[in-house]
Design a protein. Structure first.
Length: 445
């Protein structure tokens, strides 16, 4: 007989309570297999693709793209025995079918379903409020060419990756009016930029949240931006920040980098100043382990880590994310270069998972890529220090009494004064600076 199973939204990271539906890859009537990717969601930390936990035929989608769903609320129903005979009358139970039982469970044909909850749809300009979610007819899997089909709301869901959607919002481009030039009709960044260039009067395009009377646009704070904002507030008002600055001559480091490009072991690896900074931090941590510790307020203890999970702050179309290089202290310069290249590529594509952003011990933010010299970075919650790497510029520098042009960089270290004293923070920053100014100093560490 038909057997219906509901898949509730899982907790894809520690403590997550909700997620936004981005894109469905299946629709009612589709056959799905175990571990087939069926939907892409955006949590407070990252975009995540969810696999189906069972095989069968999709009978209903319980949330539309753009809706925020609480963890534990069903998002899809699958008939796991579609070839069976018609279902017999269900056996008597303590509750009626569809009735909520004690503990928040729902009586169903096959026992009890997930707890009840809400799916909150993001308001769209000019649209009526959505009272309750209806079954959605979503996109076909991207693997097969499709034309976007109508959905219950009356429009269709354009095929576009989250970064492209964000760019379209910023430029005031309506994705529904575009024909994607990408594979299987996917709308690309180039499609959006072209539409923005061709549309001379952007004000004629309906922009969600834009009020012509005030010439202002309001955007709901959700997902990565919401989590980042809360984390920064918690950190700024919990940890007593101290920031120190150091300007260094990194000409020897840049000369070594140039030589390594022709070294057989480094020809296929992109060694950036960030890779040198990561290696310097890992070496300096061994001499000042306090910057790699954390403050446990509940236990009133300082926790010293015998490993270094190095966080790299990355600005992505989705917002600020801080993926980690696990056990970075055990890596060589070449290994760090490879790890950083993979990490940034994943973050840029919006594929960093929540697990990749947890349990860091120290963070580097490379503000130099934006042409910024220095700043006062805020410590990531759960850590005790963060290093800002500024831009490397040609500047006059005194060498042996003579003013000569050199490659100069500024470093800024913020640390938690509950864990790190001024002497320890200064020593750590001086060590990092010494290693970047003269990589040969690594032999003395």
């Amino acid at each position: 007989m038909p057997q219906f199973k509901q898949f509730p939204l899982p907790d894809t990271g520690e403590g997550l309570t909700e997620a936004e539906i981005l894109t469905w890859h299946v629709k009612p009537g589709d056959t799905v297999t175990v571990n087939q990717i069926i939907v892409e969601i955006e949590t407070a930390k990252a975009a995540v693709e969810l696999p189906c936990p069972f095989a069968g035929v999709v009978t209903q989608l319980h949330a539309q793209p753009g809706e925020t769903v609480e963890v534990g609320v069903p998002i899809i129903t699958v008939d796991v025995d579609p070839g069976g005979a018609p279902a017999a009358e269900p056996p008597a139970s303590d509750g009626k079918i569809g009735e909520e039982m004690p503990g928040g469970r729902i009586a169903t044909l096959v026992g009890y379903g997930p707890r009840t909850g809400s799916a909150k749809r993001r308001a769209r300009k000019g649209s009526a409020p959505v009272a309750a979610p209806e079954p959605v007819v979503a996109q076909e899997p991207v693997a097969a060419p499709v034309v976007p089909e109508p959905v219950a709301a009356g429009g269709y869901v354009p095929l576009a990756k989250p970064p492209v959607r964000k760019l379209a919002k910023e430029l005031g481009v309506d994705l529904h009016a575009l024909n994607g030039s990408g594979r299987d009709g996917v709308i690309t960044r180039e499609d959006v930029e072209s539409a923005a260039r061709n549309g001379s009067d952007v004000s004629t395009v309906e922009v969600p949240g834009y009020d012509p009377a005030t010439r202002e646009r309001r955007v709901a704070v959700r997902g990565v931006r919401k989590a980042t904002a809360q984390a920064m507030v918690d950190s700024a008002f919990t940890a007593p920040h101290v920031t120190e600055f150091l300007t260094i001559d990194v000409t020897p480091m840049m000369e070594l980098r140039a030589r390594l490009k022709n070294h057989p072991e480094f020809r296929d690896v992109k060694i950036t100043p960030l890779a040198f900074a990561a290696r310097a931090v890992c070496l300096a941590i061994k001499r000042t382990p306090d910057v790699n510790a954390s403050w446990d307020a509940a236990a009133n203890e300082i926790v010293y880590k015998s490993y270094a999970h190095l966080g790299i702050a990355a600005a992505t179309p989705r917002g600020l994310v801080v993926p980690k290089v696990r056990d970075a202290d055990a890596m060589s310069l070449r290994e760090l270069g490879i790890a950083l290249e993979q990490l940034t590529a994943t973050a840029r594509d919006g594929k960093t998972t929540p697990a990749d952003m947890q349990n860091g011990t120290f963070t580097i933010t490379n503000i130099g890529v934006f042409g910024i010299d220095t700043g006062t970075p805020i410590i990531n919650p759960g850590e005790s220090a963060i290093l800002a790497l500024g831009a490397i510029r040609d500047m006059p520098w005194v060498v042996d009494g003579q003013v000569v042009p050199r490659k100069v960089c500024q470093l800024a270290l913020s640390f938690d004064h509950r864990v790190v004293d001024g002497q320890q923070g200064s020593q750590f920053l001086a060590d990092v600076g010494a290693l970047l100014a003269d990589p040969a100093m690594a032999f003395t560490f």
